[in-house]
Ligand binder design. Sequence first.
Ligand SMILES: NC(=O)c1ccc[n+]([C@@H]2O[C@H](COP(=O)([O-])OP(=O)(O)OC[C@H]3O[C@@H](n4cnc5c(N)ncnc54)[C@H](OP(=O)(O)O)[C@@H]3O)[C@@H](O)[C@H]2O)c1
Length: 328
Amino acid sequence: MTTFRALRVFDDSGLASARIVEMGLDELEDDAVLVKGAYSGLNYKDALSIAGRGKIIRKFPLVPGCDYAGTVVRSRDQHFKEGDAIVLTGFEFGGSHNGGFAGYACVPADWLVKLPTGLSPFDAMTLGTAGYTAALAVHLLQQNGVTPDKGRIAVNGATGGTASIGINMLSTLGYRVVAITGKKATAETYLRALGAAEVLERAECPAPRRPLESPLWAGALDSVGGDGLAYLIATMQRYGVIASFGNTGGNDLKTSVLPFILRGVRLVGTNANSPPEERALVWERLASDLKPPKLTEIATTIALDDLPGAVERMLAGHIRGRMVVRLE
Ligand SMILES: NC(=O)c1ccc[n+]([C@@H]2O[C@H](COP(=O)([O-])OP(=O)(O)OC[C@H]3O[C@@H](n4cnc5c(N)ncnc54)[C@H](OP(=O)(O)O)[C@@H]3O)[C@@H](O)[C@H]2O)c1
């Protein structure tokens, strides 16, 4: 009987507790496609799951981790066969369905995308939900007419996994990117190496005092929400577009209707659990024109046993780039 190592979260008398265990295939779901994992990746929401915060895990015991790349071992679905390289990001994976911090996963076929030529499983997990979300955000800016000649693009929460990848993608496409970070003193060199043309300290971009401040940005990627997003809305140029995907700075948004009705600012919601056609399209772009050239610089490879320490650092805001988890 095949057994494999997994990081699993248990409900210990009301307290979520994560530990490495040996699992059997019979402890996984009986879904259409069985996948042997090569790599997973650590996202902010996975860190919350492992720390027992954020109510992300809705069933115990459960393997957390919302990202996975590996090879199909067996399939009852006609779209996938043994040996196919696949990538999975999001949906219920690691929430109410066993997720990615395990040697195997058994999942519904419609959560999977065939790995496009040009991306290895390691590349795919350096990208992961973060890379997919960054690519979708850039794709949405482009669909809404933001071209490099329109002006500067602000990216906040800049050292985060999603934002780091977004900066590298945008600068490669020829946009002038301004990174907004809470750690300018230690991260400026890193952010410039990714392609940021300017780096601002978060304190320089405070909650706006007026509904409309000086117009600064043609586009923005918002990973912060809260005051960070309120600042962006008030400082967008006419017809500026913000792709909003994150809430590390809070869920509440204090803003005004004026930037929308006087400047035509557009706030575009960006959700990584997008429909299959959009996912296939964006993953193809991730393997081609949106593939960030600095992928290797963004990645730090860790083992399953290193996850608890990485989680602590992530929740304390000390992570830079992406943590890729080796499963083999
Ligand atoms: N909509 C979706 O489908 C989707 C998909 C993926 C991620 N997300 C969300 O996007 C956000 C970023 O995810 P991630 O995985 O990239 O996270 P991450 O790697 O942990 O990065 C988060 C970054 O946010 C900044 N930050 C942390 N606390 C902050 C605070 N109190 N105020 C302002 N900035 C703060 C920090 O960057 P600096 O120190 O450089 O400012 C930090 O590095 C999360 O909220 C996540 O849930 C959403």
